[in-house]
Write a protein that binds this ligand. Structure first.
Ligand code: ADP
Ligand code: MG
Length: 549
């Protein structure tokens, strides 16, 4: 065995480079830090240019306060900051930066040039660091700061080797789009290889949203809040669950806390839960929320790049938000008129038995029957196509309504209310052991939907209660449909199982009853799996199709 090397204290420059490599992990991190500085300097116009995914060159120009000539030489010094003076300030940080580390870290892994001029001064400064050698000379420009970063990671050959320029370009574009949404009052632009990728002019949130995502999604944005919980306040916009307004990535969910773009895990999860039943699997909404809380209720130090924060009372706030989003989505899916409840009783619709046995849901004459408006507009029920689609006229257009999905939605919401019937005599069910084990792990969720049973051994169950509209032996097919862990999935599977199938005859009476029940649901336009229930052949659609205009 060779003798071990002696322990040595590393030279300062090497320490700095190692530490910097952890803060500045990629070009996106450089862009983020430079924009944070511009925002802290009060800029209202921020222009970014990135070449070759930012590996070759990054420029950030701002019209903020600038740095006074006397202070400039300190800008690249580690732990030199104008934002935090003492330990007492730490709990109430209002700026994005405060550690005085970003510029020093960038200078340790790249060449950097800062041109800046403070508004009170007639001459500015140019500070450069090339290969770690600093120089500072007077230079004149208008008020503000421009930072240029070149030769990023030249000293980290592996990092350059694995550099994915396209992925980095995308990440920078996403970052700037998100920053522009979190600070719609600031004008942002991003150019890359001579192309303008993002451009906002500063103004309202909806205006910034349209500048980034196009105007098509605008009609599907709902205003949320302001929602208040003690001294926290949340407001923003969320997308309605229409086919056009959701995306395959989570990057449409943009949260900011006191103006800082960041993730808040509790809130992120609450948003996804609220949308789970109205969007298809693995689709995500547009949600832009600004959260304002007293600075001392935020911990920004849980993540080195400050991109995740934790909130005191975050769980409670998340719950309130989830309920609020559910309510908003329910009230205002795209077809919706005002919601008011009707006194009609549902329940006589033949349930599962008829669906399974193939019994027709009745016959009769189709005519102009109407369904009073609830969460859907007033409907004139005119016909039935393919034993699957109910055709209705309404003030907003001709609706084709999928009977299976409509019924699913009705049953699903009924299950949410935990309506169940106690069986006069418990029913004995014999089930395979694998299913019993499954039932055991899902017992709480199933009991929550109205089931109650007792395991009496020998692979048998005593079923004591079941959800309204279902029969005891529905427990087996429902258990067989479990695909994932969530109670939402169990409810959705139950509803799907119990709902009328496609290609089943339906009487006009049954159709009207189904639609009356549907219009009393909170979310009448999407089934629990997030698929559309109704398609609207509206006037604009028909005009396009027929070329009437
Ligand atoms: P921090 O932002 O944590 O203070 P930085 O290393 O990012 O640390 O910046 C160091 C200092 O340089 C800041 O505190 C600020 O005074 C000054 N500075 C950096 N960028 C700008 C800018 N764009 N406009 C005005 N001042 C800036
Ligand atoms: Mg900073």
């Amino acid at each position: 065995m060779s003798e071990s090397a002696p322990i040595r204290v590393l030279p300062q420059a090497l320490v700095a480079r190692i530490a910097a490599g952890e803060v500045i992990t990629r070009p996106r991190a450089v862009v983020k830090e430079l924009i944070d500085n511009a925002i802290d300097a009060g800029a209202t116009d921020i222009v970014v240019d990135s070449q070759w995914g930012g590996f070759q060159q990054i420029d950030v120009h701002d019209n903020g306060s600038g740095i006074r000539a006397a202070d400039t030489p300190l800008a690249l010094t580690r732990h030199a900051t104008s934002k935090l003076a003492s330990l007492a300030d730490l709990p109430s940080i209002a700026t994005l930066g405060f550690r005085g580390e970003a510029l020093a870290s960038i200078a340790a892994v790249a060449d950097i040039e800062i041109r800046t001029q403070a508004h009170s001064e007639t001459v500015g400064t140019k500070l450069t660091s090339v290969d770690g050698v600093e120089a500072c000379v007077p230079s004149v420009r208008r008020q503000g700061t421009s930072v240029t970063v070149r030769r990023l990671f030249d000293a980290f050959p592996v990092r350059r080797e694995i550099a994915d320029r396209k992925a980095e370009s995308r990440a920078i574009r996403t970052l700037i789009a998100q920053l522009a949404l979190s600070r719609p009052d600031i004008a942002f632009s991003l150019d890359s290889e001579g192309r303008r990728l993002v451009s906002t002019g500063g103004g309202s949130l909806r205006k910034a949203f349209a500048e980034i995502n196009g105007v098509d999604a605008l009609p599907f944005l709902l205003d949320l809040g302001p929602l208040e919980l003690r001294d926290a306040r949340v407001s923003g916009i969320i997308s309605a669950p229409t086919a056009t307004a959701h995306r395959s990535r989570r990057d449409g969910i943009v949260l900011s806390v006191n103006g800082r773009l960041c993730g808040v895990a509790d809130i992120q999860r609450a948003i996804e839960r609220a949308y789970a039943e109205v969007l298809p699997r693995n689709r995500f909404p547009h949600v832009v929320l600004a959260i304002a809380v007293p600075p001392e209720r935020v911990d920004v130090n849980i993540h080195p790049a400050k991109e995740q924060v934790a909130l005191l009372d975050g769980k409670e706030l998340a719950e309130r938000l989830e309920a609020e989003i559910r309510a908003l989505l329910g009230r205002t899916a795209h077809l919706i008129a005002e919601r008011h409840s009707l006194a009609l009783e549902v329940g006589s619709l033949p349930g599962l038995r008829a669906a399974e046995a193939g019994t027709p849901y009745g016959a009769g004459e189709w005519g102009a029957r109407t369904v009073e408006p609830g969460s859907l507009p007033r409907l004139r029920v005119v016909g039935h196509i393919d034993d699957t689609l109910i055709v209705c006229e309404s003030d907003v257009g001709t609706l084709l309504i999928d009977q299976h999905r409509a019924h699913e939605r009705v049953i699903y919401e009924r299950l949410l209310e935990h309506e169940s019937v106690d069986l006069p005599v418990p029913v004995v069910l014999a089930l395979p052991r694998s299913i019993l084990t499954m039932l055991d792990t899902k017992a709480d969720d199933l009991r929550g939907t109205g089931w109650d049973w007792e395991d009496i051994g020998a692979n048998q169950l005593f079923v004591r209660a079941c959800p309204t509209g279902l029969a005891p032996d529905d427990l087996l097919p429902i258990a067989e449909r479990f695909t994932s862990e969530s109670s939402h999935t169990i409810l959705a599977a139950t509803a799907c199982h119990a709902a009328i199938r496609k290609r089943r005859p339906l009487s006009p009476d049954a159709a009207v009853e189904l639609l009356e029940a549907l219009t009393r649901t909170a979310t009448p336009t999407t089934c629990p799996h997030g698929q559309p229930i109704a398609v609207n052949l509206d006037r604009a659609f028909l005009e396009r199709q027929f070329g009437w205009r």
